[in-house]
Design a protein around this ligand. Structure first.
Ligand code: ATP
Length: 239
């Protein structure tokens, strides 16, 4: 139901070998929200998303999705339960066509009609992909590859989408298209957790945000409040 807690992260700690990347991260994403996680390079944003996807071990703390603990859950099962990640750097298959890349995203679905309908939805969202279905992924522009990566994640029909730096290395004109598409995805009922170094964009498109600083939540609040906060303005919005 709209507004019910969907993802709950409680006192999460994660380490790479001896290096503690997350010390104590708590956050919550409710159904229908677009929540942003902002913060400098190395603050632990990617680590948080990877750990939610169960790609990294939990050192301490708890992650629950839809009321269920994800501690012993494998990544495929996290996806099957409704969470999809669009990784930083996009990671599309460069030698496969746009269509093939998208179809791979639907691996957890068997019904061909559902897959076809989802594909049509993705093409409606990103008409540029529709025009390039037979083109190899590697020949797309950076922005188009980001659209493909998001489209592929949507092919799993997720209830929750985790986005890692969708604006990274993309022409400003396409960045706006991508964020408008993300807003449409959210409006159609998909809950979104957005990691973004472009603080201005992140706060513009999200409802609430968390500021991550060296593995800890330094601040959180409504995105409007944070955009007007002096400390945030000085540190992340260039004054
Ligand atoms: P960026 O925006 O630069 O990706 P981030 O906020 O996503 O930053 P993380 O990638 O989560 O940050 O990194 C958090 C910390 O963990 C950093 O200090 C980083 O150097 C460290 N780290 C990340 N991946 C590894 C790894 N595979 N091995 C060792 N340390 C790592």
């Amino acid at each position: 139901a709209l507004g019910a807690p969907l993802l709950e992260v409680h006192d999460l700690a994660v380490a790479y070998g001896g290096i503690r990347a997350l010390k104590r991260v708590s956050l919550e994403v409710r159904c229908g929200e677009i929540v942003a996680m902002i913060g400098a390079n190395g603050a632990g944003k990617t680590t948080t998303l990877k750990t939610i996807m169960r790609l990294l071990p939990i050192a301490a703390g708890r992650i629950s999705y839809d009321g269920q603990d994800l501690a012993g859950v494998a990544t495929e099962e996290v996806v099957a339960r409704g969470v999809s990640l669009v990784p930083e750097g996009r990671a599309i298959f460069v030698n496969l066509t746009v269509r093939e890349n998208l179809e791979l995203g639907a691996w957890n679905h068997k019904d061909q009609r559902t897959i076809q309908e989802t594909l049509e939805d993705v093409v409606k969202l990103f008409p540029r992909l529709g025009e390039r279905m037979k083109q190899e992924g590697g020949t797309l522009s950076g922005g188009e590859q980001q659209m493909l990566a998001i489209g592929r994640a949507l092919m799993a029909r997720p209830a929750m989408l985790l986005l890692d730096e969708p604006s990274l290395g993309i022409a400003p004109r396409l960045v706006a298209d991508i964020f408008e598409a993300v807003a449409l995805v959210a409006a159609s009922g998909t809950t979104i957790l957005l990691v973004e170094q472009n603080t201005r964009l992140a706060l513009k498109y999200s409802t609430r945000a968390y500021v991550l600083r060296t593995g800890e939540i330094a601040m959180s609040g409504s995105s409007k409040e944070l955009a007007n906060n002096e400390e945030i303005r000085a540190a992340y919005l260039g004054g």
